[in-house]
Design a binder for this molecule. Sequence first.
Ligand code: SAH
Length: 241
Amino acid sequence: MAWYCSGSTNNELIENLFKEGLIKDERVKQAMMAVDRGHYAPSRPYSDSPQPIGYGATISAPHMHGHACEYLINHLKPGSRVLDIGSGSGYLTHVLACLAVDTSSSDRPKGQVIGVDHIQELVTLAHDNMMKSKQGKKLLETESVKFIKADGRLGWPEGAPYDAIHVGAAAQELHPLLVEQLRSPGRMFIPVNAEDAQGTLARTVFGGGQYIWVVDKKEDGSIHKEKVFQVSYVPLTDPPK
Ligand code: SAH
């Protein structure tokens, strides 16, 4: 169904996703309207499909970015702290900043989004992509958005706790350090490789079963996990040699 929602401009793409019900939340729609995918996807930016960005990474399809934001939306308020692991092109990091950073006052903006990738070239690319727009440049200059080279499986403890954590690559497990870095209340959106009944990773048998898990840390610190839908992401791995 994805490609029916493509457009010839950013606005057309987002309007089509909204019309088809792939984006339902008005704030998510406005945030995705405010960030031009043309600055982030080197080819077919307004197609509702993932596109290669080099180094074995892809910019995810727009409807997946929309779903990720919608699952996290109740934890994305002006002033929220957000961690985006596997930030790749930097597109979603920018959209998350539109939802979490309060730029209304003339003081230092409140709220921050940290984008983490383990490939330095992609950290630089994300930064350069974001510098292409006036709004992106301001978010970087005020340190409302920071891109960092690190192993995302360890999170980024310096910035914790986070109201929301987005993971943009498929993990082997619900990394406990990430759950630890969530605020109470806070929510994580994470693709995880499925295991079969014997505990063997399904991808070794079927070549790739992955599900999005939504992990909630409640006000009292208790953890609630829910498996929500099947996906296909590049893996969260050791950095390439
Ligand atoms: N949200 C990004 C997705 C990029 S693809 C976008 O839409 O542009 C997934 C990214 O995860 C890649 O950039 C890859 O380099 C990164 N990645 C994989 N394993 C990682 C790890 N252990 N730590 C940090 N980043 C990782």
